[in-house]
Ligand binder design. Sequence first.
Ligand SMILES: NC(=O)c1ccc[n+]([C@@H]2O[C@H](COP(=O)([O-])OP(=O)(O)OC[C@H]3O[C@@H](n4cnc5c(N)ncnc54)[C@H](O)[C@@H]3O)[C@@H](O)[C@H]2O)c1
Ligand SMILES: [Zn+2]
Length: 362
Amino acid sequence: MKNIDDFIEVAVNTGDEYKVMIGNDLLNKTGEILSALGFKKIAIITDNKVWSIYKEELAKSLKCSNIHYEVLIFLHGENSKSVQNYLKGIDFLAENNYRRSDALLAFGGGVIGDLGGFISATYQRGMQFVQLPTTLLAGVDSSVGGKTAINLKQGKNLLGAFKQPKKVICDLSLYKTMDKKYFLDGVAETIKYSILSSKEMFYELFSPIKQDDLRLEYLVKRCVEYKAKIVALDEQDNDIRRLLNLGHTIGHSIEKLSNYSITHGFAVAIGICYIAKLSYVLNLITKETAKDIVNCIETNDLPISTNFTPEEIFQNSILDKKCEDDTITVILIQDISSCVLKKISLLKWKQYIKSAMEANLD
Ligand SMILES: NC(=O)c1ccc[n+]([C@@H]2O[C@H](COP(=O)([O-])OP(=O)(O)OC[C@H]3O[C@@H](n4cnc5c(N)ncnc54)[C@H](O)[C@@H]3O)[C@@H](O)[C@H]2O)c1
Ligand SMILES: [Zn+2]
């Protein structure tokens, strides 16, 4: 692509290989990128906040490349991952005569990626799909790997499909307009990836990540590379991909207990701190490493503890889909860049949560 030289690409080797483009100012190249993929007609799924900030820039780019588009705008926020909106999306595609060979462009954060992805996975048994993530969380995590889902009244992400995109266009310059709290949700996932994959990256994060950080290209690339490696080994989330849930079992409990007033990344940050403490109590890591993890999270303006009780956290965690019979699989830390899956009894899990929450690192 002749005019686009300032980006890097990471390949994701699932059934059909695709590339994640990472760079600055990619939004105004979107028309060119989609054109190079052979698309002439696209359906944009977005939210009202993202669209109000970026509609002119995206529309201009698409027009310049003669790409025809229609837009469906949902209200921003988690509530939009609903069955009603899913059906609205399907209706919109059918009414506008979209074909399987046309692309659905998910232009937004993880909510839009998950909703748009699920619509594209099922419309006419699957149409083409491109992700244009606009949040750090979507860039490092949700836009890669093909998990798509909507929420049911019985719980989050209960209706979904695996749908790998044809391309992910990750424009880092879009993060500058995000609200800080949502940006921090992405920071928590970035810290998670560093603990899973790289000491160098982990210690880099002791200088807090900023929205206009020059290190974003490097950081997002490292997260995407790691996720791509894991997803290629276990696309359907039956085994090693579950490592990506580090801190999430406790995190999900905290999210639910707070009635979702504590956002995902904040809850995961707390979950990671307790898992670090637990890993220390179990003699898997030193006190210093556990302290480093807690400090790294705190330095990045994320919370490190909660007032919910161990019993409350335990009760909510066993409602999670990761429980089978009387066991649960938890992710423990053996060292920075070395985590393990461990299947334990629910009785042990209950004791572990208590000792993690009571552990003292002083
Ligand atoms: N599919 C996966 O593998 C996966 C992984 C992790 C999380 N998720 C899902 O991702 C969702 C959370 O994603 P999220 O944190 O991106 O939330 P989000 O999509 O709700 O975005 C957060 C907020 O930021 C706004 N926003 C987005 N981009 C912006 C920008 N550039 N400038 C200004 N405002 C902007 C949105 O309108 C929204 O209000 C959850 O539904 C979660 O289940 C999916
Ligand atoms: Zn997460």
